[in-house]
Design a binder for this molecule. Sequence first.
Ligand code: NAI
Length: 325
Amino acid sequence: MVGVHSTVLGPGLGGTRMKVYERPDAAVQDVLRLSRAMTFKNAMARLPFGGGKAVLAVPSIASGDDRRGLLERYGDLVRSLRGAYVTACDMNTHEHDMDVIVTRTEHVMGTTVDRGGSGTSAPDTALGVYHGIRAALRHAFGSEDPSGRTVAIQGAGAVGSRLAHLLAADGAVLQVADVDATRAAGVAAAAGGTAVGTDEIMRARCDVLAPCATGGILDADAIAALRCAVVAGAANNQLATDEDGERLREAGILYAPDYVVNAGGVLHLAGLERLGWTEDEVRARIEGIGATLAEVFERAEADGVATSTAADRIAMDRLTAGATA
Ligand code: NAI
């Protein structure tokens, strides 16, 4: 199913998630929540795109001919929306899947380089998180320098591993966790850090917790156990509920809203594949994530609200301005 949350600023842009859901309504909730988050992410990144997302709710992760058939039918569905929705990769979908979808519709980004795509967005997502962490450090401690700061990275995948290298190069002290312990150990060793358990990472005494694994990890219990000053990472929808943004504020933890920090991926895709930006322009826009985040922190202080609420307010201002422009 496809969810198009907003086309106020442009076509709804967001990835395709393939997932096994326990109940059909969980898939509906996911597509609604994720497409809304894309509206806010794209507005905050000042991209001429609205918010959309697609969910392929499957009994098991498809492979072989079944997968190809599913993706072709899905490509026909995207085509039928006549550009109101533009798709890309997300959980369990990859650039080779986009190569199948593009045989049915042009409204797809993130195909392989051979098919005209811009290649993996993970390095640019990691770069955006890195700039977000620097901005959060500046706000929390008065200096953006990661040197000597302890950063706990949850998830040593495509984004988390690259983030580890960027921070290690600046002299940060790293703790790394992954459900795949071997992966965590490998990334920690390469970055000169320490591998820790997946439970331990959420209670790690650190300056920054960087969630780079899955969403929904910050609920009342998890927040009560946190021993970090800052939360800033790539995972989408980190807050279990909207109230958890306020919980973090009450706990004195500076939360860098996920959709602000993780916009590097969408800047990469939209910039290189639709907006004609050079690599340098993409990098400059990704560095700008730091300034956007500083604006969010200032708005939160001025309005006396959680940073997640402040980010929503800024995004809504941009949407309202776009609707009346
Ligand atoms: P990935 O799949 O390469 O890496 C995720 C890693 O997290 C895997 O190594 C997995 O084993 C680990 N993991 C899963 N559950 C865990 C848990 N409970 N505790 C510890 N580790 C766990 O994904 P990728 O591309 O690195 O993305 C990371 C997050 O950032 C995802 O939530 C993704 O949706 C989000 N994101 C990624 C973007 C991109 O450009 N790749 C763009 C925007 C958001």
